[in-house]
Design a protein around this ligand. Structure first.
Ligand code: YH5
Length: 280
């Protein structure tokens, strides 16, 4: 049975769970910049918890192409107060969306249970820090760097290349002392991928289950939904929920979303149907 353990908390992944996104960046494009500031971020996190999020993902660095780089001090100042506030009041899993080892250390000390790194622990010192902190890590695939990744994404064999990337990062993690039980994989929708690449990944998601590790997916409000439907970020809920259902059907375990309530509704429909399979 797939379960994650961190700091005395257990996360049962027999059914897909929702990870709610809390941005602390003033430029967080996908919520119109409304959720900046510690107070707003805390209130937003509590709202997502009440809607059924099992994990809250807290980010203080924007990976949007062209977004300004953020210093360690700035990132810590944004995320630590939110982590402290939520971890004191709720028994929810907290995830830190960062690539910086110093931020990983500060976040875990403040109460974070999981490291979510879009750079898959490739920054200097990140691998050793994650190994030392002994909490689960999410390794995301990205081609290139956030600033330039969407310039000309190109693959000979996308699924094979993402799989090879996963295998190489798993080996690097295990060599550094990270337990296999603490590794989560994410194909990184929108990170160095064209629209066609993103849908090829979604169509073939089940292939990554052969690696036998939990799968996290982030599709929520992304361009692959907006471009296809011709919709702005605040009109992408139906498309995002539909894509998330296709991911669940193929074995996704953790669904990273902005819109928790509609995603929980989808999961209830999915779970009821699962429970009544085989003419039950
Ligand atoms: C992810 O997939 N994504 S930040 C563009 C959007 C909307 C949303 C233009 N962190 C992931 O959410 N961590 C981000 O519309 C992530 N997996 C993991 N593990 C980008 C994002 C977004 C980008």
């Amino acid at each position: 049975m797939k379960t994650l353990h961190s700091k005395g908390l257990v996360l049962d992944l027999t059914q897909p769970v929702v990870m709610g996104i809390v941005n602390t960046t003033p430029d967080s494009f996908s919520d119109g910049g409304h959720f900046f500031g510690v107070e707003q971020a805390c209130a937003h996190a509590e709202q997502l918890i009440s809607e059924g999020a099992k994990i809250i993902d807290i980010g203080g660095e924007s990976t949007r192409p062209g977004a300004p780089l953020v210093s360690v001090e700035q990132e810590l100042a944004r995320v630590i107060p939110v982590i402290e506030y939520i971890s004191r009041r709720h028994n929810v899993w907290l995830s830190i969306d960062t690539s910086k080892p110093e931020v990983m250390a500060g976040a875990v000390a403040a109460g974070c249970h999981l490291i979510n790194d879009v750079r898959a622990l490739t920054e200097p010192g990140a691998l050793a820090m994650a190994a030392q902190l002994q909490v689960p890590v999410c390794l995301m695939h990205m081609q290139g760097q956030p600033q330039t990744m969407q310039a000309n994404p190109s693959y000979d064999d996308l699924i094979k290349e993402v799989t090879e990337f996963f295998k190489a990062r798993i080996t690097a993690c295990v060599s550094a002392g990270i337990s296999l039980d603490n590794i989560i994989l994410d194909p990184g929708f929108g990170f160095g991928k064209t629209l066609a690449h993103n849908y090829q990944l979604l169509a073939n998601l089940s292939k990554f289950t052969s690696l036998q590790l939990p799968l996290l997916i982030g599709l929520s409000r992304k361009s692959m939904i907006g471009q296809l439907l011709g919709r702005e970020v605040d009109q992408r809920v139906s498309g995002s929920v539909s894509a998330a259902l296709l991911a669940c059907q193929q074995g996704a375990n953790i669904i990273r979303v902005h819109d928790v309530a509609p995603t929980i509704d989808m999961l209830k429909v999915w779970q009821m149907t699962q429970a009544h399979g085989q003419h039950g």
